[in-house]
Every structure is written in C-alpha cells, then in structure tokens.
Design a protein around this ligand. Structure first.
Ligand SMILES: Nc1ncnc2c1ncn2[C@@H]1O[C@H](COP(=O)(O)OP(=O)(O)OP(=O)(O)O)[C@@H](O)[C@H]1O
Length: 255
C-alpha cells in the first residue's frame, strides 16, 4: 500500500535526438508521508510529478497508488500548480465545489469544512479577483481536498508568493496534512521549504534526472528553523544539492 513510483526511463523526442530526462527513479511513500523533491532546474521534477498525476503516460515504468496503476488523471491524485488556475467567473465556494452541486447538503457541508481547514471562512462569496494570490492558492488546495485524494501533488505551489505569505501557507499545509493524514509529494526550488515541510527529501541531479540522495527528516512539527538539529539537516541537504548542481556542469550540460 502507499505510493510506488518506478520510472525506468522517461525521454522526450527533440528535433535531432531523444533526450533522456528521468533514469531509474524508484520511490516508495507510505500513507501519510510528506516527500519533498528538490533539484537543479531542468532535472525533471515537474515531469516526475506529471507522471504520478497520470498527466504523462509516455514512459517506461509503473506508478501504483494503493496498488492501483495510474494510467490517467483522476480524483485519487490531487494536483496543485504554481498558479492557482481558479475559474474567475465563479466565487470561492463555487470554485471549491467545481462540478459538484453546492445545493446538495453533503457538498455544502464538505465545502464549508474545506474552507475552514484552509482558513477562508467569510470569503465564500468573493471572486478570485477580490482575494490575494495566497488566498487563491488556498482555494485551489480546498478544491483538490474536497475530492478526498489519496495523494496530493504540489508543483512549486508557493513559488509565486512573497516570503511572508509562503511561510504562512507552509503552516496551513502542515495543518491540512496532519488533519487529513494525506500523502504529499511537493516539488520546490527552496531548500528551506523542503526541510521545513518534508518527512523525507529527495534530492535529484540532472542529465539524466536521478535520485542523488534521500534524506529522512527526523524532526517533529511544528519545526523551528533556528534549532541546531534543523540547521544541521538543512546544511546536509544544501551540500547534496550543491553536489548535484556541480555534477550537472561536470557533465557539460545546463550551461
Ligand atoms: N513536453 C516536453 N517536450 C520536450 N522536452 C520537455 C518537455 N517537458 C519537459 N521537457 C524537458 O525535460 C527536462 C525536464 O523538465 P522539467 O520541467 O520536468 O524540469 P524541472 O526540474 O521541473 O525544471 P524547473 O525546476 O526549471 O521547473 C527539461 O530539459 C525540459 O526541457
């Protein structure tokens, strides 16, 4: 049970050649794990997430979510993009309900519960143009959660937000994860975000994308960024990250 990701090979056809992007990725997440993924630009993080989401099925390998093979997008795999992708003509509560009927008392109850979890009570009737970027991203998270996904996939979800809002949303995300005991897979460029959120961190290297190192973060939540144990793990991850970046240049790619 849990999530099994086995990507033997993922390549893209370029004009002249096939480019190998992911090579031998093997990851296992138990229910309730929070895996963060970092790595140099272009190492295949988004490609990996799209494969797990079922958005890309052109690869050699297999992804299993609770024993079921992922062959297309579905409600079992919630996906949060960097931009929130809300419908501008729908209110906050309509965006959360999306194709579900808000007049159904069960749906109404769930929408209210989700808005409570993402701390948006009082904004039900607002339109996306009337709320901030951070609030919009919380609406997107509520919209994914209402479908009870077995795994939530987040691609740089807070990358476009200012540092203060990002810090706040990281805490909201930990809250949601703890309340729902959901399995999380989050891609980020931010080493601090990877350490602050993850039970485990996968550091990828590029050309082709491979797992450079898996680091287990044995720290309880909420985490203190200034604690020596936190700083020690951060330092370790940073060193691995630098190694993965150097290898990218030694290989002659990425410049
Ligand atoms: N649809 C596509 N067709 C061809 N090549 C692609 C396609 N999508 C991604 N690639 C290539 O695959 C590689 C990995 O891309 P991907 O977006 O997964 O990397 P990333 O690690 O998420 O990068 P970043 O951190 O910059 O967002 C890159 O070299 C990219 O150019």
């Amino acid at each position: 049970m849990g999530v099994q990701i086995q990507i033997l090979e993922k390549s893209f056809q370029m004009e002249q050649e096939r480019k190998l992007v992911l090579d031998g990725i093997d990851l296992h997440l138990n229910k309730g794990d929070f895996l963060t993924i970092i790595g140099p630009s272009g190492c295949g993080k988004s490609t990996l997430l799209k494969i797990v989401a079922g958005l890309d099925t052109e690869y050699r390998g297999v992804v299993l979510v609770n024993g079921r093979q992922i062959v297309k997008p579905g409600i079992a795999q919630g996906f949060i993009f960097q931009e929130h992708r809300l419908f501008p003509w729908l209110t906050v509560e309509q965006n959360v309900a999306a194709d579900l009927n808000l007049k159904d008392p069960e749906v109404r109850k769930k929408v209210d519960e989700m808005l409570e979890i993402v701390r948006l009570k009082g904004y039900e009737k607002a339109y996306p143009s009337e709320i901030s970027g951070g609030m919009s991203q919380r609406v997107a998270i509520a919209r994914a959660l209402i479908r009870d996904p077995e795994i939530l996939l987040l691609d740089e979800p807070f990358g476009a937000l200012d540092a203060f809002t990002r810090g706040h949303l990281q805490d909201v995300l930990i809250d949601i994860w703890q309340q729902k005991n959901i399995t999380m897979l989050l891609v980020t460029h931010d080493i601090d975000e990877a350490v602050y959120l993850g039970t485990d961190i996968a550091i990828l290297r590029a050309n082709p994308g491979r797992i450079q190192k898996l680091v287990h973060v044995d720290l309880s939540y909420p985490r203190s960024r200034t604690s020596p144990a936190y700083q020690q793990i951060r330092q370790r991850v940073l060193q691995e990250f630098e190694k993965s970046e150097n290898e990218k240049y030694i290989d002659g790619y990425g410049i």
